[in-house]
Unconditional design. Sequence first.
Length: 511
Amino acid sequence: MGFSASFLYALFCSVISSILAEHVTVTVNAATAVAETDFNFVCATIDWWPKEKCNYGMCPWHESSLISLDLSNPILHNAIKAFKSLRIRLGGSLQDQVVYQVGKNPPKCHSFKTIKKGLFGFSQGCLTMRRWDELNHFFSKTGSVLTFGLNALTGRKRVTRRGLYVGNWDPTNAHDFIEYTVSKGDNIESWEFGNELTGDTGVAARVNAWQYGKDLIKLKEIISKIYHKNDKKQPKLLAPGGFYEPRWFADMLRTSGPNVVDAVTQHIYNLGAGVDRKLIYKIQNPHYLSRIASTYRHFSTTIRNFGPWSAAWVSESGGAYNSGGKEVSNTFVNSFWYLDQLGMASTFGHKVFCRQSLIGGNYGLLNTTTFVPNPDYYSALLWHKLMGPRVLKTIQNGSQFLRAYAHCSKKKPGITVLLINLARKTAFEVSVASELSARKRGTREEYHLTPQGRNLRSHVMLLNGKPLNLNCENHIPKLLPLIAEASAPVRLVPLSIAFVRFKGLTAPACS
Ligand SMILES: *[C@@H]1O[C@H](CO)[C@@H](O)[C@H](O)[C@H]1NC(C)=O
Ligand SMILES: *[C@@H]1O[C@H](CO)[C@@H](O)[C@H](O)[C@H]1NC(C)=O
């Protein structure tokens, strides 16, 4: 191509891109924060599923369970360590079938086996104190902040075919387990009671809300006594780790009463079944993504009305249920869903968002067999590093395909804006304005995320055009921004994501 041809070509491209670029103003209300998350808002789960757990003819869990996960894997270590303080929730469906091998008459220890009549198709399983020590050693070494999900079915009897369990919870084994944990000096930030035992239908097993509330009072007493006796800071009590049903959750809070449940935990699987062929389209559809907003809003309202002493948490969310979507949940496209959820959940006052899973299934932040980080791992890490606890109200005048969220920057001055462009063909030229601050001089930091080869199903995420890969010593790469003049609009190419930190946007809400 000669000079004039290439010049014409460049001119043509810039004309095309300016035609297809939509100018949008994102306005951040810097006067007051609309919500405040926990410092460790980003959280990931480790589950109990053994390698025999299968869905749709696939068995994607391998050796990722709490029992068999290889704690000596250097990538696992480095991936958690990169967060400095990653919140990790230990739990999942099988937690209500786990016995702890501890106490005067320790229960017999058998590993999970597939059995037809078992809950979720599995027998009871067991956590030995040797493994528990190893886990605690690993989590302490990596700076993790732990939630442990306790078995809430102990001592109850199943009375209906549809899975209703009745009778008081038997706290003996949990008591001994908590006492053991405290005696070892192991740090559990929060204990969660039960997994998906809520509601009138339940997933596989369910317990009445008033029974649950009474058992929570008992568990709170046990925890308070043990920690008090040992002069230790009281951990939080979380419940019930289930799908939100207004009446059940209100009844649980009414029965347990003030200051028993420190955070009410809900699970979110708003993308439907992992096997759904339309999964990848749902993730790119702004109308579909927004539907869950009403659940976040109503959940917060229930807590305000019936348990204002409690916080709202998402203690498990994998997007698509039954282990996630193969070649979707572990690829770039999933970050559209994931980061948008983090934005939405924090806007609606949730303190913590636990991603199912850190590792395991098709939705792991890390690849289940190689431990190599998937794109969502880097999305989580960037959020954790850049988005501070204070959430700012953000509005924009552009299309629905642009999603915008703003927080006070984390541990640094200024405001950080998360921009998600779901449009296939439209680029956005985004001007960020703050109602109270005209200071836009100086520079800003941009972190643009796109998929390798423009393939939405890529396992490789590009940061400012460069692939994010482990370095040769299996360390997480540094996440370095582009520096740009703060006054020019931010250009967001189609199907991309950007975090932008405006150093000079000073907000009263952030001081
Ligand atoms: C893990 O990585 C391997 C190799 O790249 C790939 O074939 C596999 O699908 C990945 N598994 C998951 C669950 O992401
Ligand atoms: C949004 O507002 C800005 C500033 O008023 C304007 O330049 C822009 O064209 C608007 N965009 C849309 C899509 O309305």
